[in-house]
Write a protein of this length. Structure first.
Length: 142
């Protein structure tokens, strides 16, 4: 499956961003693919990821080196994290959803609640949130 970025406080974030995580058991640093929409064209790229406790350390040509600190995750359905990086600044609050999760999922609702709480802690409001997945019709290729 994939993870879709639903919401972020990173105003310059790419539209319709998604990640195809490495297979379970892949040694770190693990290669992975991600895609996004640039104007009306789907772009695909690769990066490498390293997990260390609550941190997801990532490097790719588009975003550079980044560190996401997980605020909340159930490791299957959704994640809330704080993203920072040399090229993108931060911390930027993010809400990710796995592709198999229905919008009415209780776990997703929990992630949405945590996202709102963290938004408040950062002194931000819904006006500061970019809806990255709005209107996205994701490609089916893996």
């Amino acid at each position: 499956g994939r993870y879709y970025l639903l919401n972020t406080t990173h105003k310059a974030e790419k539209s319709c961003l998604y990640v195809i995580p490495p297979m379970n058991g892949t040694k770190f640093p693990a290669p992975y693919e991600f895609g996004y929409k640039e104007n009306s064209t789907w772009e695909m790229n690769e990066g490498s990821v390293f997990g260390q406790g609550p941190h997801i350390i990532d490097e790719d040509e588009v975003f550079g080196a980044t560190n996401t600190t997980l605020v909340y995750t159930d490791y299957r359905q959704c994640n809330v994290g704080l993203l920072s990086g040399d090229r993108i600044g931060g911390p930027h609050l993010e809400l990710w959803k796995h592709s198999h999760v229905k919008d009415e999922s209780k776990v997703l609702k929990c992630c949405q609640t945590v996202f709102k709480q963290e938004l408040k802690k950062l002194g931000k409001t819904s006006e500061d949130v970019k809806l990255v997945s709005k209107g996205c019709s994701y490609p089916n290729n893996n």
